[in-house]
Design a binder for this molecule. Structure first.
Ligand code: GLN
Length: 546
């Protein structure tokens, strides 16, 4: 059998950041997948960090974690949510990774006396990695998103590598995403796109397709201009309009006939049947849900930067779609729930459900504990993620088990009741990068619990595997005392005994929390079971109240 020829699609963004390259890349992947092609995404990030595990979510957005424990840029979350894939860490190619490899090779003398250069050594390293990812994942098409904006110093060497790749491979489609502003209604300005394309051409790259973000639909006239000035056929200029939900973009691009142009360039079967039925159903339920709007509070620290909790928000979107309910998510700053008497009630009483996501550091911790207490006392459904599990345990210990001053040793080293403590293997670690308990670990669920029922109901195995990123755990010495006063331990890691899921006893209503970040594996096509159960509980409460 002839060796399969992998095809490549490269997506680069011009003019400015934040145009939604990740969503575009994922949408194109979806349209290929919907025709039975096997796709794998790759992301280039020009920064010199090896990974983004050491970056502050306040500056960089959420740190996403893959099954193999690699800490990656949040675009990977978008890829996985759209494509329902678990992507390997090798798909994340950063400046830090390629430069450290080059320097390591140089020190070993592997360059045999040559001077080591950006071209060919660095660019070869990048191309080798890209081809390897395609091969290892048996991909028909490799989707490559170039982070940053064309013209940045940081991603210049990645673009150069892609220029070379397009020359070496005849099956490569280069897409430029640009922005088309309008000064007044109907007055679309194509000049920035023209200049941006010139810039790309000066790097030796001719895009085959130009996709335009804009506030209003692209006119025929604007398309003609872009085509004429940018050397791109008119039918290869596409509109990336404002959408009601990001998951709508594949459907919008499909309608414009984007696949035909992709197929032509890459030599794919133009007539292949497309199946987007289930996708469309899920999208329709987001846009026009039948059930009432459920108001959910995310109580956290970085609430000013929504990107810090993007996977949590999206997991809620998936779950709401699954139960066909409307959703309104609000971000509540945890520090605002400290101090003023009655403040917690004032801030939280409008919500149908409360969620405490992951987090690090002491600031705002007591506010989160106050929110959890309020949820428990008022039987408002509660879901905790990672730190949200640890603080649920602290609240329960303090207020139900009589362990006054119980805490996590992350926040109080001297506490009499260290119900949350550092994992034994974490004690000796001194380096910061990639040293937490990271990635997928198994968890065995206890029959009869909320967790067990919710995974079973979603048709999943009750021996589950979810992703982690933490240094602390429920202190094994306290498992029995906490259990004696009613806290339900519904999931544990079979090998180490690490507590993975805890729940309130039934009398407090729905309360469950996971040490894992279950939001990271929630996809539109496969929502996280505990998120679904959480919103179901919220909807039942809303029904009871009305
Ligand atoms: N700070 C806590 C820990 O390290 C929780 C981490 C998290 O929420 N990701 O265990």
């Amino acid at each position: 059998m002839a060796e399969k020829k992998t095809k490549f699609i490269v997506v680069a963004g011009s003019i400015m950041s934040g145009l939604g390259k990740g969503i575009l890349t994922s949408s194109i992947g979806k349209l290929l997948q919907a025709r039975g092609y096997n796709v794998i995404p790759i992301k280039f990030d020009g920064y010199l960090n090896v990974d983004c595990g050491t970056m502050n979510p306040f500056r960089h957005g959420e740190v996403f974690v893959l099954d193999d424990g690699t800490e990656v840029d949040m675009d990977f979350g978008t890829y996985e949510r759209f494509l329902n894939l678990s992507i390997p860490g090798t798909s994340s190619i950063t400046g830090g990774k390629v430069f450290s490899r080059i320097i390591e090779k140089e020190r070993k003398g592997e360059y045999l006396g040559r001077d080591v250069q950006f071209v060919p050594h660095l660019t070869d390293e990048i191309k080798d990695r890209v081809r390897e990812v395609g091969k290892k994942n048996n991909a028909d098409i490799v989707l490559i998103e170039v982070g940053g904006t064309v013209g940045d110093l940081e991603n210049g060497y990645f673009l150069e590598a892609m220029r070379q790749l397009s020359f070496e491979e005849d099956n490569l489609l280069f897409i430029q995403l640009t922005y088309v502003p309008s000064l007044s209604e109907g007055e679309l300005k194509t000049k920035p796109t023209q200049h941006a394309t010139r810039l790309l051409q000066s790097m030796g790259i001719q895009p085959h397709m130009v996709i335009c973000r804009e506030q209003e639909p692209l006119t025929e006239e604007a398309k003609k201009k872009i085509s004429a000035y940018c050397n791109v056929k008119e039918d290869a200029v596409f509109d990336d309009p404002m959408v009601r939900t990001v998951y709508e973009l594949p459907l919008v691009l499909e309608k414009q006939g984007i696949y035909k142009v992709i197929a032509e360039k890459l030599g794919l079967d133009e007539k292949r049947e497309v199946d987007l039925k289930e996708w469309k159903k899920a999208v329709d339920k987001i846009i026009e849900p039948k059930g009432k709007v459920l108001k959910v509070a995310i109580v956290g620290k970085y609430t000013a930067v929504k990107d810090a909790y993007v996977s949590v928000k999206e997991a809620l979107v998936h779950a709401a779609s699954a139960i066909n309910h409307g959703l309104e998510v609000k971000w509540v700053e945890s520090a605002d729930l400290e101090g003023t008497p009655g403040g917690v009630e004032r801030k939280l009483k409008e919500f149908d459900a409360i969620l405490v996501p992951g987090g690090f550091g002491k600031r705002g911790v007591e506010g989160k504990i106050n929110a959890i207490k309020w949820a428990r006392e008022n039987k408002v459904p509660y879901l905790g993620l990672c730190l949200g599990l640890q603080l649920m345990t602290v609240e329960y210990a303090r207020n139900i088990c009589g362990m006054n001053g119980a805490n996590s040793t992350e926040f109080d080293k001297e506490t009499k009741y260290p119900v949350i403590d550092i994992l034994p293997e974490q004690k000796k670690i001194t380096k910061m990068g990639a040293t937490m308990r990271l990635g997928a670990y198994d968890c065995e669920l206890k029959d009869g619990t909320i967790a067990y029922k919710s995974y079973e109901k979603s048709g999943r195995s009750t021996k589950i595997s979810e992703r982690h990123r933490h240094r602390y755990e429920v202190n094994p010495d306290f498992v029995e005392p906490l259990g004696n006063c009613g806290l339900v331990i519904s999931g544990t890691h079979p090998e180490s005994g690490v507590v993975e899921i805890v729940e309130w006893p039934e009398k407090f209503g729905f309360g469950a929390a996971t040490q894992a970040h279950i939001e990271l594996k929630s996809r539109l096509a496969e929502p996280a079971p505990l998120f679904v159960a959480f919103l179901k509980a919220a909807s039942e409460r809303v029904e009871r109240k009305s």
